[in-house]
Each structure stands twice: as C-alpha cells, then as structure tokens.
Design a protein around this ligand. Structure first.
Ligand code: TXA
Ligand code: MG
Length: 326
C-alpha cells in the first residue's frame, strides 16, 4: 500500500463527520487496491476492496493474520449484498430486521460474483453485513466496491474502538477515517443460516435474545451441540499484554481491577451495571489498563444479553497465549 504515515482525518470539533473530500480520498485509495481503516458501529475495520485479491492479501499481511481465517464483507445495503450471496426468505427476514446493524450473516456465495477467493478462505459461504455507521456506508458507496474488513488490530490483539488505537496498533502505517469512538464496542454477532437452521457462530453486539424475538424460536450456538464452528474462532484472541483473571471479586497483589456495577476498581465497565455501556467500554478500558500492571482482574459480568459477547471476548483475552486470532 502507499504509505501515509499517521494520516488521520480528524473528526471536526463541531462533531460533524469528515468532509466529503476525505471520503473521496479514502474511496480512491480503496479502488487503487490500498487498505484503509474505517469506523463501524462495532469496532474499527481494516478495509480493502473485496474483489481485489492483492488488496485483500494486504489485510492479512498488515494484521499478520492466518490465511485460513475468512473475512467479513461489508456492503451498503441488501441490494448490494445480493450480488455476492444468496438470500433465503429466512435470511432476508433477518437482514431486513437488523440491517444496517451489528449482524453478520454467513450465506451461500454467488458463483462468479467477483469476490476474491481469499476473502472466504476457500469456503463456499460468505459472511456479509451492512454496518450502521454513516461514514462506513458513505465510504462503501463512494468506493463502489464491497469492503472486506476484519477488526483493525494486529492479529490476536485487542480490537480498536477509536482511531487513535488503530494508529498505535499499526504504528501509523495505515490511514484511518476517524469517526469518533465506536458505539457498540464489540464485534458483530455472526449467524450461519443453512436451510431453516440458524446457528450463532460468534456472540456479538446484537443480543441473541433480540434475534430470537424476531425469529420466534431459539438460535443454536456453535460448539454447544450445533455441528459447526466458525473457522478462526481460536481460543486465544483479543489479547492485551497483561494476563487476565476473570470473575474476580477483588484485586490481589500485583493486579489492577476492572470493575462492573458495585464491584468498583481502577476503572469500571459500567458503574450502573448496564451491559451495553460495558460492551462499549470493554476494549478501550482493557487498552487503558494494559501496561499499568502485570495482571488485570476483571469483575464478574452477568452472562445475559450482551453479557454473552462480553464474557466471550474476556475468555478469549484470558486464554493461553500465543494468540493467532484476528
Ligand atoms: O463487527 C465486526 O464484525 C467487525 C467490523 C470491522 O465489521 N469485523 C470483524 O471481523 O470482527 P473479523 O475478521 O475480526 O471476524 C470475522 C470472523 C472470522 O473470525 C470468522 O470466524 C467469521 O467471521 N467468518 C467470516 N466469514 C465466514 C464464513 N464464510 N463462514 C464462517 N465464519 C465466517
Ligand atoms: Mg478481530
């Protein structure tokens, strides 16, 4: 890619989005096969033209990501998604209910769609989503191509929820479209749809209960009796440098405490015990505490609603190293 050291399009002081011109510049870079980081409602993505194999390979190189881990394809709307994947009535119902939003649907790939094979890592399915962030949607529309984008962090490290974290993670080697802090703070929920079977491959920012409410029946969970697992869902993932101790009621010697609710600490994911707030703060607070102590003790987080995704990310962050995830 063309090196653009430290280039950040700063959010204007007025709180308005970057200039039309900035979006055009980034879109042009994407069309030229460069990679750029952009904001979504979940975390920042490291984007490339999903139809350009060389561009997609730059994502893997930049992240140091294992090749077999497929990437999510970001599109501007359902109509654009139809060029790349086949929608059953069930898939369409879920897309209509939750897009734009933090839901990735793994659906059968359309033959001859032009998507790079590298994006799917050789699978005959594609994970697609329409992000609920105005800058992401503008960027996709301006580029005119679907964007393959994993989280914009070096492989195995914490997902970034601010432009500054992206800059720091890649040491200024990747241009970043700054859209301010991410609203959700954890990645999208991933569902595989196979016939009438809906399986959650990854818990995420869309709570399973919300999906089940639309579906009118339970969603199977990968690894818990459901036959499939998502490739690349390695145990160690989202790892800070510090070691993590989970479900801790208080800090021990040498630990810094990340609180939740009444369990207060150096930082508190949500003093009021709000899981949405905790999800939004999760990666940012782990980033903040990392380096202040050798070990981070984390308060117990309920496993209901968004707590499922929060506990999933914490367990991966606490898993034995080395990390080889995304
Ligand atoms: O919120 C998000 O989803 C963020 C933002 C940037 O959109 N993206 C993200 O991408 O988290 P990534 O690459 O870190 O995670 C993608 C995961 C892979 O680990 C893989 O498990 C699953 O999506 N995946 C992608 N395509 C798949 C497929 N065809 N079949 C099964 N799983 C797939
Ligand atoms: Mg990731």
């Amino acid at each position: 890619m063309t090196a653009l050291p430290g280039l950040v399009k700063q959010r204007r002081m007025t709180g308005t989005v970057p200039h039309r011109q900035d979006i055009e510049t980034f879109a042009k870079q994407l069309r030229a096969g460069d990679i750029v980081a952009f904001p979504t409602e979940t975390v920042y993505g490291l984007g490339a033209d999903a139809t350009n194999t060389d561009a997609v390979l730059r994502i893997y190189e930049t992240k140091g990501r294992p090749r077999f881990n497929p990437l999510i394809v970001h599109v501007a709307d359902l109509e654009m998604a139809r060029r790349y994947v086949a929608f059953s009535p069930l898939a369409q119902m879920l897309a209509t209910a939750f897009w734009p939003g933090p839901l990735t649907l793994v659906l059968p790939a359309m033959a001859g769609s032009g998507l790079s094979d590298i994006v799917t890592a050789g699978l005959d399915t594609v994970g697609v989503r329409v992000p609920a962030h105005p800058l992401a949607l503008e960027l996709i529309r301006a580029a005119g191509v679907p964007l393959a984008a994993p989280s914009a962090n070096p492989s195995g490290r914490l997902s970034p929820t601010t432009a500054a974290q992206v800059i720091a993670g890649f040491e200024g080697r990747v241009p970043v479209l700054d859209g301010g802090p991410c609203e959700a703070g954890v990645e999208s929920t991933i569902l595989s749809i196979d016939g009438e079977t809906v399986t959650q491959l990854r818990a995420g920012a869309l709570a399973r209960g919300d999906i089940e409410a639309v579906l009118g029946r339970p969603v199977a969970i990968a690894g818990e009796g459901a036959g499939i697992v998502a490739p690349g869902m390695m145990a160690s993932h989202y790892a800070p440098n510090a070691l993590l101790r989970l479900d801790a009621e208080s800090a021990e010697a040498g630990e810094v405490y990340l609180g939740f609710g009444a369990n207060d600490g150096a930082l508190n994911l949500s003093p009021s015990g709000d899981l949405r707030e905790a999800a939004r703060n999760l990666f940012a607070m782990l980033h903040q505490l990392d380096g202040t102590a050798a070990r981070i003790a984390v308060a117990p987080i309920p496993r209901t609603g968004l707590g499922e995704a929060i506990n999933d990310r914490l367990q991966r962050a606490a898993a034995p190293r080395p990390a080889t995830g995304s």
